[in-house]
Design a protein. Sequence first.
Length: 134
Amino acid sequence: MKKIEEIRLPEELRYSADHEWVRPEGDLARVGLTDYAQDQLGDIVYVELPSVGAHIAQGAVFATVESVKSVSECYLPLSGEVAAVNAPLSEDPVLLNQSPYGDGWMILLKPDNPAAFPRLLTAEAYRARLKGEA
């Protein structure tokens, strides 16, 4: 496992305490699993994503990720409607390990309240939280 200092946390993203990241893209928000989370899980072997069009509340489970170590639920950082899912993850779940902030994204969300984005954790605040967990 990586040391906290080795975890990649792009500054332009916001983070949840549950280890998901959010990147605003116009009216939408791209959501995925952080580098820390994928590192803790180990080799990911299965990903279950929601249906396009599903409305999911903030804090509700939006995906399930299975690794060789465990099965984990992913919690949505913002309420909204699923606009798209990363279908290649179904065939190639290791994308979450290889590129958590790129090809390993999970869903594209149409947030109910885009103004909630700034209330998520900054990279600095998320890193500080991780240091508290370590």
